[in-house]
Design a protein around this ligand. Structure first.
Ligand code: NDP
Length: 277
């Protein structure tokens, strides 16, 4: 008798450029897990009902959630992990054995793992986060857990950065500052804005970069992102995009669902080649 294959999906709107089905099929092959994984565009009007219908089928075990549904997923699930609670957003849903939906957020751990794998020092560093949207919020706690000396958040709309800082007001190393007043170099700058999507660059002063600064753009692509091109032009010696973060957050979702840890280094380099090809 053929066993029914466990099914997973990534949902978003739009979704057709998602690399997640390819990444998870690599993980499944590598770890010999028998599962299916597809991308599915859900309607903006009917997200909650469509997710509930998906999970009503016994073979459907888990789901990744991307833009613009992460906050709606946060409110939809029955239970939250601590890191999803802190992020205020859910990118991974797991159907538990009792049928309840568990919401998790693996973006922050994905970013931190990718930075550490690249040899980037977070502990004791002066860290600048540019952007105060969902992605910034999701990575703050995991970054703070690495104990940077200072974590500054800046954003085009400063009030949103100040709101984020309020959530972590117990931590004295975190502050919000306007971009125009940042005139000292940072060890690590993480671009968590979506500016690169439209070819824009946040209005940072060039003084934020010196010869030791590492820049990281959460966006990724076949070519260096506009932010990383700007960083390079300012003399930044080390700049990375968010492709490693994408694979690492997927690996953490896979672990949550399957209790198996896939190897990520080869998947990151294959995905890089695939994007360029
Ligand atoms: P949101 O829409 O929640 O937030 C967008 C942020 O970008 C806001 O801070 C906004 O500022 C800022 N912004 C947008 N346009 C500009 C601009 N032209 N100049 C300056 N700032 C700008 O998006 P997310 O936080 O969900 O996503 C941010 C980025 O992170 C996206 O590129 C996304 O693809 C990427 N990401 C990558 C992941 C990965 O695995 N690699 C995972 C998650 C996200 P304001 O508040 O002033 O509007």
């Amino acid at each position: 008798m053929q066993l029914v294959q466990d099914q997973y999906q990534v949902v978003g709107n739009p979704i057709k450029h998602s690399q997640s089905p390819w990444i998870h099929s690599q993980f499944a092959q590598q770890t010999q897990q028998n599962l299916g994984y597809i991308a599915c565009q859900l309607s903006l009007d009917n997200f909650e009902a469509e997710i509930r219908t998906f999970f009503s089928q016994p073979q459907n075990k888990g789901c990744n959630v991307t833009v613009p549904f992460k906050e709606r997923a946060f409110h939809l699930v029955d239970e939250l992990t601590e890191r999803a609670q802190q992020a205020g957003a859910v990118n991974t849903i797991k159907k538990q054995t009792n049928g309840q939906l568990l919401g998790d957020n693996t973006d922050g751990v994905g970013l931190v793992r990718d930075l550490l794998a690249k040899g980037v020092n977070i502990a004791g560093s002066k860290l600048l986060i540019v952007g105060a949207g969902g992605a910034a919020r999701g990575v703050l706690q995991p970054l703070l857990a690495q104990q940077p000396q200072q974590l500054v958040i800046t954003n085009r709309t400063l009030g949103k950065a100040q709101e984020l800082v309020q959530r972590f007001s117990h931590n004295t190393s975190i502050s919000a500052q306007p971009m125009s007043q940042l005139d000292q170099a940072f060890d690590l700058i993480i671009n968590a804005t979506s500016a690169s999507l439209s070819g824009d660059i946040p209005a940072l002063l060039t003084a934020v970069i010196n010869a030791k600064t590492v820049c990281y753009d959460m966006m990724y692509g076949a070519q260096p992102t506009p932010f990383n091109q700007w960083a390079k032009a300012q003399g930044c010696p080390y700049y990375y995009d968010g492709l490693g973060m994408l694979v690492e957050q997927a690996a953490e979702s896979f672990w949550l669902w399957r209790a198996v840890k896939p190897e990520t280094t080869s998947v990151i380099s294959q995905l890089r080649a695939r994007l360029k090809g």
